[in-house]
Design a protein around this ligand. Structure first.
Ligand code: PEP
Ligand code: MN
Length: 349
């Protein structure tokens, strides 16, 4: 259930509603917006009786039952799209945001060269793993703290926000000190201890879809982070495992509008892991723009053949520049379409 309080409900009214909810045996999750307080009610109890009682309680505007198992991230809970603020930029606020960088931070030269090139080409954030989830324990595992320090240096040099992967709940504090956005990788989408601790990390989270996860499972994982106190979650489609072998994964492009129908959270596409092939990346980023994604996260390396991981899917610096140039007219159209839709909605309202 979701209880929307009246616009100027008093603190006493809000507290009283929370007490009533608890008396019915439910847990309270309240989100205090600029205009009104919205209270999420979760748990097991007599829904009908609780709804009836709350509808008649002073200060309550509406009490509705939410059918989706994910509550806070659902459209039923919040109909307007969420905007995530990331280091001075806004994701989901009418701009298509490109995040770019290497799969892994490998050296100072590699990350600086990449950061400068992608910033100049129009990327708004620098991606790069300092902690790497690798299939083999014998492969490069990331530079860890040294990698985080290099990312900070790249941020100081270019002003780009840093997106980097967090693999364990033990490292949340450390990574949050250096990252502007915490990336949860496909392999960790259902690491519930990690998701819970990201609820209190104070940074936006980029949650990647697990390679064999359904959309519902992705949204349930996002719900973990939000229910534990962090509403700033972006969802990322990065391809799923199918019988197809021509691409590394199968890009579920329809996931973007499906997620938009089900959730108010912004959605970004990762065309690099979705295809595993650099030649396919620009076409998929165009598709991301056309289908209404809020952004894309793209792997770029100054010398892909020497990359320690994911070289085959990494664009060269020149390839990235070219992609951004070719993308510009599509992004313009994207922006105009959104502005027109927003003004049409405002006229109706
Ligand atoms: C990555 O972004 O480099 C990565 C490991 O991605 P994923 O978790 O989607 O496989
Ligand atoms: Mn990678």
């Amino acid at each position: 259930m979701i209880i929307s309080m009246r616009q100027h409900a008093t603190r006493e009214e809000i507290d009283h509603v929370c007490d009533r909810i608890r008396e019915f045996g439910y847990k309270v999750h309240s989100i205090e917006g600029d205009e009104r307080v919205v209270i999420g009610v979760v748990g097991l109890g007599d829904v009908t009786a609780c709804l009836e009682s709350l509808e008649a309680t002073p200060g309550v505007e509406s009490a509705v039952r939410i059918s989706a198992p994910y509550k806070f991230v659902s459209r039923e809970f919040k109909n307007e799209p969420s905007v995530i603020r990331l280091d001075g930029m806004a994701i989901g606020a009418g701009e298509f945001i490109v995040m770019a960088g290497p799969c892994a931070v490998e050296s100072e030269r590699q990350i600086m060269e990449t950061a400068e090139a992608v910033a100049e080409a129009g990327a708004r954030a620098l991606r790069g793993g300092a902690f790497k989830p690798r299939t083999s324990p014998y492969d490069f595992q990331g530079l860890e703290l040294e990698g985080l320090r290099l990312l900070r240096k790249a941020r100081e040099r270019t002003g780009l926000a840093i997106v980097t992967e967090i693999m364990s709940d033990r490292d949340v504090e450390l990574v949050a000190e250096y990252a502007d956005c915490m990336q949860v990788g496909a392999r960790n989408m259902q690491n519930f201890a990690l998701l819970k601790s990201l609820g209190g990390c104070g940074r936006p989270v980029l949650l990647k879809r697990g390679m064999s996860s359904t959309i519902k499972e992705l949204l349930m994982s996002a719900e973990y982070v939000v229910a534990h106190g962090n509403p700033n979650v972006m969802l990322c489609e990065r391809g799923i495992r199918t019988f197809e072998t021509a691409t590394r994964n199968t890009c579920d492009i329809a996931a973007v509008p499906v997620l938009h129908e089900l959730s108010h959270l912004p959605v970004v596409l990762d065309p690099s892991h979705a295809t595993g092939k650099r030649s396919l990346v620009p076409a998929l980023v165009r598709a991301a723009v056309a289908i209404g994604a809020e952004g894309a996260i793209v792997e770029v390396h100054p010398c892909p053949e020497k990359a320690v991981s994911d070289g085959a899917q990494s664009l060269t610096l020149e390839g990235f520049r070219q992609m951004m140039r070719d993308l510009a007219p599509y992004v313009r159209l994207w922006r105009e379409t959104r502005a027109a839709a927003a003004s049409a909605a405002a006229t109706v309202a």
